[in-house]
Ligand binder design. Structure first.
Ligand code: DC
Length: 225
């Protein structure tokens, strides 16, 4: 069977990573969370108190000196920055609220895009992000654009937070999602847009199983050609 490149894009909290991980497991593919890479750069820049809008400084002090790698953990994928496990640190609120600033810097995007393309070159990979189908892997075999209403996405995040003991109101989550949607879709470089050849899946009233089945059907159709 051909080892495919599968791109799953969409706005924040649309369920991309959950779906991408399940698809990767089902087909024994690698999973690459590209948002985690932008988060690592943001975490390092915040730790060093750098100006997040200063592209030159972020490139020289952080991007050029940070080796980002992934390892398969017991329940989830682990993210490393220069061999330090930053899996939890990159999910902190201050990283989440600042990552769109870093993701808008064009040199940072080029450097990370190059790394992503290298990791995907042999296929057998599911990548989730914002610009995988449009910029990172324009020739991906499968392109999915996953969306859900802001209310539904905030609710999913709220439930996830409750399980982790994180207390943020539904209203705040809705506002944060709207702000990130706006920033991700209005930045100059590689804004969040659906690739022309991507298949749109609105997960607002779908179960996880339904979404996975729908994407699997698309993959199986290509594999059976
Ligand atoms: O998926 P996430 O929330 O972990 O993504 C973090 C940020 O990185 C988000 O603001 C969008 C940005 N991002 C991006 O610009 N391009 C990607 N391929 C992946 C993420």
């Amino acid at each position: 069977m051909k080892k495919l490149q599968i791109a799953i894009d969409g706005p924040a909290s649309a369920g991309k990573s959950t779906v991408a991980k399940l698809i990767a497991k089902k087909y024994n593919y690698l999973y690459l969370d590209t948002g985690a890479m932008y988060r690592v750069i943001t975490l390092m820049a915040l730790r060093n108190n750098l100006d997040l809008n200063n592209e030159r400084i972020i490139m020289d002090k952080i991007v050029d000196h940070t080796d980002i790698s992934f390892k398969v953990g017991e329940d989830d994928q682990l993210v490393f920055a220069n061999n330090e496990d930053v899996t939890l640190a990159i999910r902190q609120e201050n990283v989440t609220n600042n990552v769109s600033t870093i993701a808008a810097l064009s040199s940072v995007r080029s450097a990370l895009t190059e790394k992503m393309q290298l990791m995907a070159k042999n296929g057998g990979i599911v990548m989730d992000g914002r610009d995988i189908g449009t910029t990172v892997l324009p020739y991906a075999d499968v392109k999915i654009f996953l969306v859900a209403s802001v209310k539904e996405r905030a609710l999913r995040r709220f439930k996830e937070n409750q399980q982790k003991g994180i207390d943020v109101s539904l209203e705040t989550l809705e506002q944060e999602i709207e702000t990130r949607d706006y920033k991700d879709s209005h930045r100059k470089v590689s804004p969040l847009t659906q690739a022309e050849d991507a298949q749109l899946i609105d997960t607002t009233s779908m179960t996880l199983e339904e979404v996975v089945n729908k994407i699997s059907a698309i993959i199986d159709q290509i594999n059976n050609k």
